[in-house]
Design a protein around this ligand. Sequence first.
Ligand code: E4P
Length: 217
Amino acid sequence: MKFFIDTADVPAIRDLHDLGMVDGVTTNPSLIMKSGRDIIEVTREICSFVEGPVSAEVVALEADAMIKEGRHLAEIASNIAVKLPLTWDGLKACKVLSGEGKMVNVTLCFSPNQALLAAKAGATFISPFIGRLDDIHLDGMELIHDIRAIYDNYDFKTEILAASIRSVNHVTQCALAGSDVITAPPEVIRKLAAHPLTDAGLAQFMKDWEKTGQKII
Ligand code: E4P
């Protein structure tokens, strides 16, 4: 399963990139706002060291304008995935931009039928938002399972990019469900390494080592 980092915070991406944990990056208008930076400038900086797909989202709502913005964003670097909302206009833009050979990430997916449409429109990635479904007492993981089954039934090549990941359990559940990619905030990725028994075991080893009076170097 690939790890994309869901942020426009360049130092945080660099930190995880140095560890080999960054297979790609996703941004959205809210994350760009949070970064306080210009979308073109920050996306270009991310693409200068991230080799995998970097999603940059259009803000137009009508297909022709989305296509125009998508083409502009795609000029930033060859690894840009144009992010389009799952609306009828977004699907139209997806069909055109994917037909031009551009990577497209169709975002704000909340149902299996939406995912089916995105695959038929040629999306490279579909982004089902798990956390936002959980927020309204629905089961976000059920959506990942359903999309996996549908895509496998018909051998769609669109990759499932599980988004709106809020917890380490979401990551485990996505891996078990066969999600191709997860995109998560840097803090969730870091939490994957944490376990209280690891900390307790290490503390005991350090205590016992001190009693030996030895040094390795
Ligand atoms: C994905 O592409 C989105 O940027 C993101 O995962 C949304 O997450 P949120 O629901 O926590 O804002």
